[in-house]
Design a protein around this ligand. Structure first.
Ligand code: GLV
Length: 310
């Protein structure tokens, strides 16, 4: 059997290749350059596959996303919505993304951005009282698998955690908002961590109306997808509200263009889409376990709801 592997975005591609070869040791692993073998391809392990490749893989059975998100597959021009997609659901990725969220939250609470800006000007800014965990209500926008990891970590650390999600479910110690209640969710959050997927419903969801409802002295951490934010609205909001901070890991266009105003605003912090870096070994092991089931003619239980878009 043949597996197509394609990813030109991630770090440590050599380690990925080694791990894939280790687990799928009896399979032929090919790249998009091996177009003569495309007909043999049954599995594809991919991230950002070029549009024109998919229709050439006539015998493809399963697509593995190399991350938690599947928007890079759903947006492919020729994706027929029939081939099941398996996404990474991994506890280590959960730990990484929760660490990232906590780090940026602490950056905000402890005024680190302000001190960094002062340092850049060689200016001693003086004492500032930090915000304590127990007096901070953190709103998590999007409470899926990864959002839950963040919520659990923050709850353990005495933050008051609330969340907004598409469907109402009970989660211990967390007040859940859904549907039109978004306004109350925003009003009741001292800060918001957004981990929304990219779907037609979430497109530009965080716009000037949304930002206006947020508290004035607040912060927005975005570790979901860039197109959930109307970026020009956020830039205006940051310019007008000096005590509002944005911690942004994802953008509408990545890499973020050098001309973006986000680079230079004193109240914005940028990281290059690294909040939930996929952990290689457990992810490849997970893909291999699914592959074994498919080989034994077992049903592929994809947890991706294609019509929901995530
Ligand atoms: C990263 O953004 C992922 O989807 O895993």
């Amino acid at each position: 059997m043949t597996i197509l592997f394609h990813n030109t975005t991630f770090d440590k591609i050599d380690v990925w290749k080694k791990s894939i070869k280790k687990y799928f040791k009896n399979e032929n692993i090919i790249s998009i350059k091996d177009y003569k073998k495309f007909n043999e391809v049954k599995y594809a392990i991919i991230w950002n596959l070029p549009d024109e490749i998919l229709p050439k893989l006539k015998n493809l059975k399963v697509i593995f996303s190399m991350g938690a998100g599947v928007d890079h597959i759903l947006k492919l021009k020729y994706y027929n919505k029939k081939i099941p997609i398996i996404r990474i659901k991994d506890a280590l990725m959960g730990e990484r993304i929760a660490n990232y969220a906590l780090a940026q939250l602490l950056n905000y609470q402890l005024n680190f951005k302000i001190f960094q800006n002062s340092q850049n000007k060689q200016y001693w800014s003086g004492e500032r009282t930090p915000i304590d965990n127990k007096s901070l209500t953190v709103g998590i926008l999007g409470l899926g698998f990864l959002g839950n990891h963040i919520a659990r970590l923050l709850s353990k650390l005495n933050y008051n955690v609330i969340a907004y999600k598409k469907s109402l479910t009970k989660v211990k110690n967390i007040k859940i908002y859904t549907g039109k209640n978004i306004i109350n969710f925003i009003k009741n959050s001292d800060v918001i961590i957004s981990i929304l997927p990219s779907t037609p419903q979430t497109h530009n969801m965080i716009d000037k109306k949304f930002l206006k409802v947020m508290k004035k002295n607040s912060c927005l951490i975005n570790i979901g997808r860039g197109n959930t934010i109307e970026e020009k609205d956020l830039i205006n909001h940051l310019k007008k509200n000096k005590n509002f901070f944005a911690y942004l890991d994802v953008f509408k266009n990545e890499p973020l263009e050098p001309s973006s105003q986000f680079w230079k605003l004193p109240n914005s912090t940028i990281t290059p889409h690294v909040a939930g870096v996929t952990a290689i070994e457990p992810s490849v092991r997970y893909m291999y376990s699914i592959y074994k089931k498919v080989k034994q003619n077992k049903k592929v239980n994809s947890d991706v709801n294609i019509s929901n878009g995530y």
